[in-house]
Design a protein around this ligand. Sequence first.
Ligand code: ADP
Ligand code: MG
Length: 243
Amino acid sequence: MTAAIEIQGLHKSFGPLEVLRGIDFSISPGEVVCVIGPSGSGKSTLLRCANLLEQPTAGRVLVSGVDITDPDVDIDRVRRRIGMVYQQFNLFPHLNVLKNLTVAQRKVLKRGQAEADRVARENLARVGLADKERSFPAQLSGGQQQRVAIARALAMGPELMLFDEPTSALDPELVGDVLRVMRGLADDGMTMMVVTHEMGFARDVADRVVFMDGGVVVEEGAPEEVLGNPRQARTRSFLARVI
Ligand code: ADP
Ligand code: MG
């Protein structure tokens, strides 16, 4: 089976700073992989390289078998297949919720207004916000804004979703709603790569947990192995600090 995404020998430097020092792993269609690790270990850079928001210094990224680091590949077409959700939501503040979900569908996918609206409403319902389409981002809680951001990514019909600490900016009482939506996506078979500090989510939802430190994958495996019985000292000391 072709991997949904395959990362091969990925290196990324910013000037003299080598942030990713040889990353190899792949995610199968329908698999949920949680990436954990200390601040500064390169998790966000890995996600950004995975959809070429950052250009890798070396290595390859294959999305459904297509090498997206090949200069001949139309990166905009590839990026459309990958949804990204950020810690800070990144909604368009001057547009209402419905418009937030339809702009890229119209511009990038060239969908007509009626279809874009229909897909938007379908995905707002999916994240439990069918009644908020006329609201502006500032009128919503952080958790609602993040669910809008998830719905906006879903409206593009991605085959892979990348999440970069989607609940880290939220008040604690709002985290659960967002995690529930993400769990629903996982149950529906979405392929997901989730950078998170939510160890409960990783334990319950991930098929695989990847622990990164210092720009390398130190350990990966089933959640009960990596979180419950880590083999590496670095994993153990990280978990002792966060759990
Ligand atoms: P994490 O998400 O695990 O906290 P990051 O991938 O954000 O780690 O950052 C890893 C390292 O790369 C940090 O030392 C950070 O300062 C550095 N870094 C990230 N992006 C840039 C950039 N655009 N320019 C220079 N250094 C960067
Ligand atoms: Mg980060």
